[in-house]
Design a protein around this ligand. Structure first.
Ligand SMILES: [Mn+2]
Length: 195
């Protein structure tokens, strides 16, 4: 089973992540940030990943450290759970619409961090949640999961819809990239022989 448990403690946050990549989308979140929980839920359900995340951060300052550190810890858990990438597809992409909003996410489990993030949110906040933190979350995740990630919001004028399509498309794209490729079951999907 491709599973991992990672705990990351700093003076700003304490984050614990449990992940099962071959799960059913079962979740348990306790981050103190209901909107982020709603988005993490999209990753798990659309990625068919079981995910438990418990975070206690310095929310009296703002949500920045907590959101970024959840991204970092989730990235660490992902890279650990993925392992040597033998027999998986490596690349995945998904387009996800929600009413007027449409986003595309493309993933390469490349072993190198890289992100292109093209999103212009329709407003600065979703409820209490600062939309700038969505970039911080994915940057933290990308840096530690060591993946290449392209996120494009292609349309949308409702920031909640825009965000939701991004997280759903990320889950869907990740699911494809992590899937078994039966014709290449014992192969590492790279001419370098390692990823
Ligand atoms: Mn929603």
């Amino acid at each position: 089973m491709r599973q991992a448990q990672v705990t990351r403690n700093t003076l700003e946050t304490q984050v614990a992540v449990e992940i099962n990549l071959d799960g059913r989308g079962e979740v348990m979140f306790d981050t103190g940030l209901p909107f982020l929980d709603h988005m993490l839920d999209q990753i798990a359900r659309h990625g068919m990943i079981d995910l438990k995340i418990k975070a206690k951060g310095d929310l009296h300052i703002d949500a920045h450290h907590t959101v970024e550190d959840i991204g970092i810890t989730l990235g660490q858990a992902l890279v650990q759970a993925i392992g040597n990438k033998k027999g998986i597809r490596r690349y995945g992409h998904a387009y996800v619409p929600l009413d007027e909003a449409l986003s595309r996410v493309v993933i390469d489990l490349s072993g190198r961090p890289g992100m292109a993030f093209h999103v212009e949110f329709a407003r600065a906040r979703i409820g209490e949640f600062d939309v700038d933190l969505i970039h911080e979350f994915f940057q933290g995740l990308v840096n530690h999961a060591m993946i290449t990630l392209h996120i494009d919001n292609l349309s949308g004028n409702n920031a909640h819809h825009q965000a939701e399509t991004i997280f759903k498309a990320f889950g869907r794209a990740l699911r494809v990239a992590l899937e078994a490729d039966p014709r290449a079951a014992d192969l590492i999907p790279s001419t370098k022989g390692s990823l």
